[in-house]
Unconditional design. Structure first.
Length: 262
């Protein structure tokens, strides 16, 4: 495959696809400093397109080259014998409930809903670009009718939601890509790095997590890491909050299986 075609499919052919198909930049979500992020992102993207034109060998989506990012206080390592099978960028909301009669009560997390986008190729080929995607993703609205992760045309690889308050669920079975389904449970969490991107209203980045899959997982999916989080945290207290609310977030999910990747 020609490198320019690969890059176009991995990142979105910004130079050739007309603007109206991209989600609108949500200026209300623009934080101080976000314009720097936007311009840094586009500059880097332009540089990658330029570099790929000069490459004689096409970049290969070799997941063994992908590096699981490490938090300041690291999560436990991936268990021995597991192989990275997929990397997705999730874009959606973290859901919370609040006791509206108690202004000092803490919001309670009740779940999350996110669309998962296939970032396997970007993360293995362009790690520096990869960690900007979650930052950038929050600056763009995710529209229902056009589920695109602005500014990219990453393919949808699945959905993330909760089946009960302690069971994050990942459905990675798509017509063109059957990677499995993973009911899971949290094993461990650690704070996001101090410079992690905040949400549209300044919400801190949710923690990085290590999850293990529960009985019923398919595709031999075994461990899942949530890293490179952006936004998603609730305020410290329920003061002024409604009974249920959502906070916009984005994260990268690394899926490990017992199978050797081919
Ligand atoms: C989380 O992982 C860290 C590092 O491996 C470990 O020190 C800590 O005890 C773990 N916490 C829990 C709750 O398992
Ligand atoms: C998505 O990711 C997988 C690996 O996780 C890869 O094999 C596949 O080609 C990718 N599909 C698309 C449409 O990008
Ligand atoms: C969580 O958010 C999703 C998506 O907006 C919504 O459909 C769902 O009802 C919410 N759940 C709760 C418990 O608020
Ligand atoms: C309000 O929430 C705080 C913090 O969780 C708790 O200590 C307090 O007992 C609660 N007050 C009432 C009336 O429930
Ligand atoms: C949530 O679902 C899991 C998996 O089915 C189950 O093991 C767990 O007991 C459930 N928890 C609650 C609180 O219902």
């Amino acid at each position: 495959m020609r490198s320019s075609i690969l890059l176009a499919s991995a990142l979105g052919a910004l130079t050739t696809i007309a603007a109206p198909t991209w989600p609108a930049l949500n200026m209300n979500a623009a934080m101080p400093g976000s314009l720097d992020t936007v311009s840094a992102y586009f500059n880097m993207l332009a540089r990658k397109v330029q570099e790929s034109r000069q490459m004689t060998v096409a970049p290969v989506c070799d997941l063994s080259k992908a590096q699981l990012p490490e938090a300041p206080v690291p999560l436990p390592p991936v268990s021995a014998g597991l192989t990275l099978k997929h990397v997705a960028v999730g874009r959606g909301t973290q859901n919370y409930t609040c006791d509206t009669t108690n202004a000092t009560a803490a919001p309670v997390q009740v779940g999350a809903v996110a669309t998962l986008f296939n970032a396997s190729c970007v993360v293995s080929s362009y790690p520096d670009l990869a960690n900007m995607i979650t930052k950038m993703a929050l600056r763009f609205s995710l529209t229902d009718e056009e589920a695109r992760l602005g500014p990219s045309n990453l393919a949808i690889s699945g959905m993330h939601y909760f089946t009960n308050t302690t069971t994050p669920f990942f459905n990675l079975d798509r017509p063109n890509l059957q990677l499995g389904e993973a009911p899971s449970a949290k094993l461990n969490g650690t704070s996001a790095p101090a410079d992690a991107a905040k949400g549209p209203n300044g919400e801190a980045a949710v923690p990085w997590l290590k999850l293990k899959t529960r009985d019923g997982a398919t595709g031999d999916l075994q461990e899942i890491y949530r890293v490179e989080t952006a936004g998603g945290s609730a305020p410290a207290t329920c003061a002024g909050m409604p009974a249920t609310f959502e906070v916009q977030y984005s994260a990268q999910y690394f899926f490990y299986s017992g199978h050797k990747s081919t």
